[in-house]
Design a binder for this molecule. Structure first.
Ligand code: NAD
Ligand code: UDP
Ligand code: UDP
Length: 345
């Protein structure tokens, strides 16, 4: 690919002991599929700020133009409305593949992006998920664990779709020499998260803001480990000072020499009842909870073992749930307010 010259692309990594500068120091052209989504839009901010040329491919299935509207008019940024299930021709250096269509088309999208990576020699990063571990029999989960997934359950399409995506990525790596990177992302929350896709953090936070009871599924004793989005992809300004302690997870993985898979998540483990308590303390001390039946095959517990990412990527999350939750509240309040106004309330 041709690049405009210039730009010290790795400026934020200066002085960082073990940051691998994988593939040159020129400005890169980067595709982010799903870049108008929650995680993707934070990643795009990071890459544009770093000086890369970023092309977002998104069909706005769950993403929103508002997440990237501040980049419109920036010559380094381009937005293509496109469904990754359809083939596409582009010339880039790296592909961050975050678009996750409702499975099984997830597999088709991943296949197309791998085919694209193969044709142009781009590096390909797959955002896989902790769901590949299913309802785990090993705790905490290490990357070596093969998982415990029901192939015919109600949530299998997502889990098995991601497992197949990992398989395809490794096959293109071994068979066609594509440089792949695999991240297994654990439950992530933060500003720009979808308000109504049913995830527990967005549900509890929206419910508490709307003065509705927080819906706890089952007995609420199941656990998850929640990671703040900036730990995954982005550093806030004040964190630059601590840059020798931490590099960005997804970017470090893409730039480094290790294929993975890597668990990227916060090992702090909470029951859903404990999460409700933190939301209550953060947003509204008078918030209440309401029990609802749980979905089938819901994983009982989940907590990443992140030793591999610590050792090989020099990566570690820094923001606890208590510190992270307050940082998403303003964004949620504003959006909920706008929605309500939109309805004429
Ligand atoms: P999101 O729904 O906010 O983002 C996904 C984006 O992909 C959206 O903008 C959506 O419009 C777009 N998209 C969906 N289908 C598409 C298609 N066919 N063509 C083009 N674009 C399409 O979700 P997110 O939380 O930002 O997740 C991003 C990635 O990270 C996903 O692959 C997800 O599986 C993975 N992940 C997220 C979490 C988490 O907790 N947020 C955990 C594990 C894995
Ligand atoms: N593909 C794409 N863009 C490209 C190259 C390939 O979208 O630049 C798609 C292609 O249409 C195919 C998939 O990626 O559906 C896999 O491509 P590959 O070349 O690996 O497989 P083949 O076409 O040989 O079956
Ligand atoms: N959950 C809940 N109330 C909600 C939404 C989800 O108690 O309003 C529970 C859900 O049953 C699961 C956990 O929260 O045990 C995490 O669910 P989520 O969909 O956020 O993530 P995932 O199950 O994919 O890890």
């Amino acid at each position: 690919a041709n690049h405009a010259a210039g730009g010290t692309y790795n400026k934020f990594a200066n002085g960082v002991g073990r940051v691998p500068v994988g593939i040159g120091s020129k400005r890169k052209r980067i595709v982010v599929t799903g870049g108008a989504g929650f995680v993707g839009s934070h990643l795009v901010d990071k890459l544009v700020a770093r000086g890369d040329d970023v092309i977002v491919i998104d069909n706005f299935f769950t993403g929103r133009k508002e997440n990237v509207v501040h980049l419109f008019g920036n010559p380094r940024f381009e937005l293509i409305r496109h469904d990754v299930v359809e083939p596409i021709l582009l010339e880039v250096d790296q592909i961050y593949h975050l678009a996750c269509p409702a499975s099984p088309t997830n597999v088709m999208g991943t296949l197309n992006m791998l085919g694209l990576a193969k044709r142009i020699g781009a590096r390909f990063l797959l955002t896989s998920t902790s769901e590949v571990y299913g309802d785990p029999l090993e705790h905490p989960q290490k990357e070596t664990y093969w998982g415990h997934v029901n192939p015919i359950g109600v949530r299998s399409c997502y889990d098995e779709g991601k497992r197949t995506a990992e398989t395809l990525a490794m096959d293109y790596h071994r068979g066609a020499g594509v440089e792949v990177r695999i991240a297994r992302i654990f439950n992530t929350y933060g500003p720009r998260m979808c308000l109504d896709d049913g995830r527990v953090v967005s549900n509890f936070v929206s419910q508490a803001i709307r003065k509705q009871p927080m819906t706890v599924y089952g007995d609420g004793k199941q656990t998850r480990s929640f990671q703040f989005v900036s730990d995954l992809v982005y550093k806030f300004f004040y964190e630059f000072k601590a840059r020798d302690l931490k590099v960005d997870g997804l970017v470090a993985l893409m730039e480094g020499e290790h294929v993975g898979p890597f668990n990227l998540g916060n090992p702090g483990e909470f029951t859903m009842l404990e999460l409700a308590e933190v939301v209550k303390e953060t947003i509204d001390p008078s918030a209440s909870i309401e029990f609802k039946p749980n979905t089938a095959d819901d994983p009982h517990k989940r907590k990443p073992d992140i030793s591999k990412a610590k050792d090989l990527l020099n990566w570690e999350p820094k923001i606890s749930l208590r510190d992270g939750l307050p940082r998403m509240v303003d964004d949620f309040r504003n959006r909920i307010l706008n929605e309500d106004e939109g309805k004429g309330n």
